[in-house]
Write a protein that binds this ligand. Structure first.
Ligand code: FE
Ligand code: CA
Length: 521
């Protein structure tokens, strides 16, 4: 049996808290789990005769990009995570084990490697030969220390017909705007997967609740320190250790509202900055990819869950044409409705269409960063960074869904720091066109939206396609899929200005398989 979520969270929090400064076994402030050397649940078990290195697993562990027979395990050795070099003396030998049980008695895979200073001592282990649709436990060891214990799982076989699955979507976790308290609630869920929809770090600083403490990153070392700061948060570490994640990036992993090679602040070296940002992103993320070697990095890919669901995890930043009309939201410029700019780029768009057309999955899930629904209020207020700003590219996808008669298409998005659930019509700007798909917009973990929804609320309520809208809350979305139904629970918390706060399900909506759009309440 897996430990309860509470037990697991408490263990991870205790381990992370105890490991930030030292590994003193006699420190009376640490939990008893950290004072014994033979307890397999202990996060730190120094032994004698090993090289002297302070506790290096300060950034926790993670897993990602699961397949039926494989998963990526991740950690990064950094005794001093916020300083250049991470406090590492040089390359260090890391060993790892994967167990079939929670008690760490039966090893099914293990290995060792030497960390590479050129990759910030990040560790990506591609574990192969695992059984499909199965949970595993893993941990790392280095210099006499042991990492926190993570649990992960493989996906069902491609030929399997799973009865259901459960995953969460999250995005937009600006450190300077609050604590990632929604994760304290997410960790209690029985999740097969977390999908992160972008804005894992923020390069800019709002200093609403706290400060990043360092200037805006531009170099590789600066982006590493920024990622490390986020990764030191125990709430985030706990959910990473709980189940595999898959990732999209958005703009703030590099710079607010950048697209392609276009920065938003003038920068002749922007591609060098993008390369540094992409590299640090790789180093802190359990990606099933080699590290990037320059400013280009193809991260888009698909994830299958037997024949129940297929997720296309697209990149709407790297291949996109520049925002129209100067980019700032507003009433637009002449001819904005006819802008032919690309969002996915021709190659990725063809890959997506080919994949969706061929997919046997019950649920076909376009997993992207930016909001797809028409929310331009008749052109009065157009956000040119969203699909609203790329009308022809959006309509081309809707035409494709309709022409291929694709059933059960759901678009997942984030970015706007609001929660929303909507029908998608065949014609993006004709509210009377037939419903052919649905969109679920996940609100932010901590990044702000409006303090006061009294003005926008009535405007959005006037939009026929929108079934749920929350302009003010922080949280995440919980998705429970069966072959007959998709249930989304919008989870919100009271505040992110405090390290912990109460959470609740604010709205629950359904999509019935075979019936396009949101089931009316
Ligand atoms: Fe954001
Ligand atoms: Ca964004």
């Amino acid at each position: 049996m897996r430990p309860t979520r509470r037990e697991f969270l408490l263990h991870v929090l205790a381990t992370a808290a105890a490991c930030g400064d030292n590994n003193s076994a006699g420190d009376s402030s640490t939990t008893d789990a950290n004072t014994t050397t033979d307890d397999p649940t202990t996060g730190d078990t120094p032994t004698t005769g090993e090289p002297v290195l302070a506790y290096p697993f300060t950034l926790g562990v993670a897993s990602g990009d699961p397949l039926p027979d494989s998963v990526i395990l991740w950690t990064r050795l950094a005794p001093e995570p916020l300083v250049v070099g991470g406090g590492m003396p040089g390359s260090v030998r890391v060993t790892w084990e994967v167990y079939v049980d929670e008690n760490l008695t039966t090893v099914v895979a293990s290995g060792e490697l030497d960390t590479d200073p050129a990759l910030a001592h990040a560790v990506h282990v591609e574990v192969r030969g695992l059984d499909p649709d199965r949970w595993y436990t893993y941990r790392f060891h280095a210099a006499g220390h042991s990492s926190p214990i993570g649990s992960t799982r493989t996906t069902p076989a491609l030929t399997a017909k799973p009865a259901g699955m459960r995953f969460a979507t999250a995005c937009c976790q600006d450190y300077s705007d609050g604590y990632p308290t929604p994760y304290l609630h997410m960790v209690d869920q029985q999740l097969d997967l977390v999908i992160f929809l972008g804005d894992y770090i923020y390069e800019n600083d709002d200093t609403h609740v706290r400060s990043h403490g360092t200037p805006e990153p531009r170099t590789l070392d600066e982006y590493r320190a920024r990622h490390a700061l986020y990764r030191t948060q125990p709430e985030l570490q706990a959910v990473h250790a709980r189940c595999p994640w898959v990732f999209l990036w958005d703009d703030h992993e590099v710079e607010n509202n950048y697209v392609g090679a276009n920065p938003k602040q003038p920068d002749p070296d922007f591609l060098a900055r993008r390369a540094a940002a992409y590299r640090a992103y790789y180093e802190h993320t359990p990606l099933r990819l080699p590290p990037p070697t320059g400013p280009d990095y193809q991260t888009y890919h698909a994830l299958r869950w037997g024949d129940l669901a297929e997720f296309w995890l697209v990149d709407t930043r790297q291949y996109r044409d520049d925002q129209n009309c100067g980019g700032d939201p507003g009433s637009g410029c002449d001819g904005w409705q006819d802008y032919a700019g690309q969002v996915l780029g021709a190659e990725q768009e063809a890959w997506l269409m080919q994949g969706m057309k061929a997919s046997p999955a019950v649920w076909k899930v376009l997993t992207n960063q930016i909001v797809f629904s028409t929310v331009s209020f008749g052109g009065l207020f157009v956000n040119f960074d969203q699909w609203d700003g790329y009308p022809l590219a959006r309509q081309r996808l809707l035409d494709f869904f309709a022409a291929e008669a694709l059933s059960n298409v759901v678009i997942l998005s984030g970015d706007l720091h609001v929660g929303g659930v909507a029908d998608l019509g065949q014609d993006a700007v004709d509210d009377d066109s037939p419903v052919i798909a649905a969109e679920i917009v996940t609100t932010s973990i901590s990044s702000p939206s409006l303090d006061d929804a009294s003005q926008i609320g009535p405007l959005v309520e006037g939009l026929k396609r929108i079934h749920h809208f929350d302009a003010v809350s922080r949280g995440y979305a919980l998705h429970t899929l069966t072959r007959a139904q998709w249930q989304v629970d919008c989870v919100i918390v009271d505040t992110v200005a405090e390290p912990a706060s109460a959470g609740k399900i604010d709205a629950t909506l359904h999509i019935d398989a075979g019936v396009p759009g949101i089931r009316p309440a």
